[in-house]
Design a binder for this molecule. Sequence first.
Ligand SMILES: NC(=O)c1ccc[n+]([C@@H]2O[C@H](COP(=O)([O-])OP(=O)(O)OC[C@H]3O[C@@H](n4cnc5c(N)ncnc54)[C@H](OP(=O)(O)O)[C@@H]3O)[C@@H](O)[C@H]2O)c1
Length: 335
Amino acid sequence: MDIEFWILALCALLLPAFGLLSFLRLDSDLTLLWASWMGRRPEQALIGMVVWVTGASSGIGEELAFQLSKLGVSLVLSARRAQELERVKRRCLENGNMRENDILVLPLDLADTSSHDIATKAVLQEFGRIDILVNNGGETNYCFAVDANLDVFKVLMEVNYLGTVSLTKSVLPHMMERKQGKIVIMNSLAGIVPSPLCCGYIASKHALRGFANALRTELLDHPGITLSTICPGPVHSNIYQNYLTREAIKARWPKPQEFPKMATSRCVQLILVSMANDLEEVWIANQPALFRTYVWQYVPIRDWIISRTQWKKRIEIFRITMDDPEGDHDKRPSK
Ligand SMILES: NC(=O)c1ccc[n+]([C@@H]2O[C@H](COP(=O)([O-])OP(=O)(O)OC[C@H]3O[C@@H](n4cnc5c(N)ncnc54)[C@H](OP(=O)(O)O)[C@@H]3O)[C@@H](O)[C@H]2O)c1
């Protein structure tokens, strides 16, 4: 056989292997990857905008405020802890491209839906418009559904789901009047792929995904208003520390198992690209979470594969941790 045949055969073998290796290094879905190479840059697309971020006192929301502060935007920072919001404001002013009156600290409880119209009016009074609403604030849980108090489920629906729906409904009429605006909803890969030990959280995020997908169809009449659903996998933040201090969900549950997590700054860079390019739904995660989501979305026997390879192990580790809460479980192999 001639040399061309062997070269072609080698290419046929190497190309899929190269493709697989490249995929294993990805930390976002392919559309977002494309937008981060070829799409609009956040520093060009978002400059001058008025951006309202909920959950800005910690974790992803804090980092989002920080990175936005460098882009020449006006910021509204909301969460319940006013002191923490003031700390984030100082951080933005020290490092960002902003003046004091470019940032409004607006304490807000997502569960107190009766305050959302008033908060929206306060933002409009301060800046005259809202270009982007980032519904980021949220909480989680970590225990078996059967053991969780019903309050856990209520709090998570009130904060993660209803809080977001309510604030979005408060801001939408203003965007419709202006015929423009961006609604960003912080979901999670858990809003797509179910897993054990956080049923309340997952249910609230599934509800949120349904709300976003349905609302997008109603916005077809308003082409200037876009809705982006952001689905990160595990990211460094204070979500579990915060969960453990909540009265309503404080429990005897052990410290959650440590997963491999993405750096908050990288996650937020990709969120900004999604916002700049109005991407409808994005997945942001290191492996194996990203790979797992592709399997869940596209492989028919997904339940069987994922349950046996991942969730049984996770439950097993949780049970060991429950029996020995003081042990050094972070060193256990994690999936
Ligand atoms: N970290 C992850 O691995 C991960 C993965 C996927 C999705 N997410 C999502 O990312 C978002 C941010 O979470 P995070 O990981 O950055 O956690 P975090 O560090 O705990 O931050 C959560 C933020 O939400 C705010 N918040 C909580 N309850 C609130 C309420 N009732 N009213 C108003 N604000 C409230 C908190 O502020 P106050 O306590 O001051 O109110 C805090 O600023 C959440 O929607 C979460 O579901 C996180």
